[in-house]
Design a protein around this ligand. Structure first.
Ligand code: AMP
Length: 420
């Protein structure tokens, strides 16, 4: 097939009926996040490159290797957003949302872009569902946000969720830990991967994120972040855990968890579940108390998370999919000599009553039309014969049992509504 007819590498089309699943996941997000007072924010897909260079970090893989960046026709350095936290922070500052009462509770979903090697579950255009709590710096805010995330995943039918939490500390804690980590790794630098050797100079904490076996080995008896927390950070972390406990959110302290982005402070977390697969978290987040000020906005604390929607949908529990209404329930077919227009008319009558219906508008035989409806998973057919039409009735045929009964037209919508 010619390249013009092929989607760009790492991107894909989402087609019905699968898009109904995407919508239902997004509806569930809206509903659950709404219970916590969150409102939806929609930021542009195009942003200035500088926003992420400053907000995510020039040395992160995301910015250094994975960002789609280009100059527009006027030479502006732009990019396709690789994540949304920096974009939400920008919008928050740009619109002075701090003046509308704090904290701000915002959620988003939509496409994001990273130039990564495409593989199962990894795309160049992928989708995230995320939320940000801005202007609340206390530990209870952390616990509430994590609880909301857990409730969302539970509403999708995930069970046995475990929240992995860690604290990467405040400024002084990180400085102390950075020194201890460098002191541990420097004598072992020959054993590190080339990437991590470079990180040792530039950004040693990122080495903790490496999945390379040789790096993992060099890290085996490395010092723990938690032993280097300042008193304030240690107390804060204990309060977060306490609050999670009180809200009934099971969690495990995971000292190696640092998350890939540079802007995190104190709480970071990921969620795993039997269903989600443990290796590569689908959900991750953390506190980013310095980001807004670093971008030149107000100096406000914040915390957020981002869920990989593509992977989430890949591993969605069957129970959630089963609960979704799929195909319309009925196909309306006119039987010769009744014209197809009569079927179209009746289908329209049903739709006006709020019942989804298809009409056979082509010239297929009754048998062919019924087989097609059955294959498409339709529940019933409404048959409109000459005698029925004259009597103001129609025959309702249940496609799974094969049973058929004539009904007054006026009763059809209610009966089909039960099937929908
Ligand atoms: P991050 O913004 O890197 O913390 O990513 C949050 C989540 O987004 C990850 O846990 C992934 O599930 C998802 N994600 C990140 N990059 C991709 C990608 N290239 N393709 C699919 N999902 C992704």
């Amino acid at each position: 097939m010619s390249a013009a007819l092929r989607s760009v590498k790492g991107t894909r089309d989402l087609l019905p009926p699968e898009t109904a699943v995407w919508q239902a996941v997004e509806e569930t997000a809206r509903r659950v996040f709404g219970l916590y007072g969150y409102g939806e924010i929609r930021t542009p897909i195009l942003e200035s490159r500088d926003l992420f260079a400053r907000g995510v970090g020039e040395t992160t893989d995301i910015v250094a290797k994975e960002m789609y960046q280009f100059r527009d026709r006027k030479g502006r350095e732009l990019c396709l957003r690789p994540e949304s936290t920096a974009a939400v922070a920008r919008a928050f500052a740009e619109h002075g949302l701090a003046n509308q009462g704090l904290p701000a509770r915002l959620f988003y979903f939509g496409p994001h872009f990273r130039y990564e090697r495409p593989q199962k579950g990894r795309y160049r255009q992928f989708h995230q569902i995320g939320a940000e709590l801005i202007g609340e710096g206390g530990p209870l805010g952390d616990a509430e946000l994590v609880a909301m995330l857990v409730r969302f995943l539970e509403a999708l039918g995930f069970a046995d969720l475990e929240v992995l939490v860690n604290s990467v500390g405040d400024g002084p804690s990180r400085e102390a830990f950075r020194e201890a980590l460098v002191a541990h790794l420097e004598p072992r630098s020959d054993a590190l991967s080339p990437d991590s050797r470079r990180r040792l100079e530039e950004n040693p904490l990122r080495i903790l994120d490496s999945k390379e076996p040789r790096d993992r080995q060099a890290l085996a008896d490395a010092p723990s972040m938690l032993d280097h927390l300042s008193e304030a950070s240690a107390r804060r972390f204990a309060e977060v855990r306490d609050a999670l406990e009180r809200l009934g959110v099971g969690h495990a302290v995971t000292p190696r968890l640092v998350r890939g982005l540079d802007y995190y402070t104190d709480t970071v977390f990921e969620i795993v579940s039997a269903g989600l697969g443990a290796q590569d978290a689908i959900v991750g987040g953390g506190r980013y108390d310095r980001l807004l000020a670093e971008l030149g906005g107000p100096d406000l604390p914040a915390i957020g998370f981002a869920i990989g929607q593509d992977r989430l949908i890949d591993v969605l529990p069957e129970s959630f999919r089963r609960g979704l209404g799929g195909a319309p329930p009925a196909l309306v077919v006119a039987i010769e000599p009744v014209p197809a227009l009569a079927a179209l008319e009746l289908a329209e009558e049903l739709r006006r009553a709020g019942v989804a219906a298809l009409a056979e508008t082509g010239s297929r035989s009754l048998g062919k039309a019924l087989r097609w409806a059955d294959r498409r998973g339709l529940r019933a057919a409404v048959l409109l014969g000459e005698a029925e039409l004259a009597a103001g009735r129609a025959a309702l045929k249940d496609l799974s049992s094969g049973e058929q009964a004539a009904l007054p037209r006026a009763d059809l919508a209610a009966r089909l509504g039960e099937l929908q």
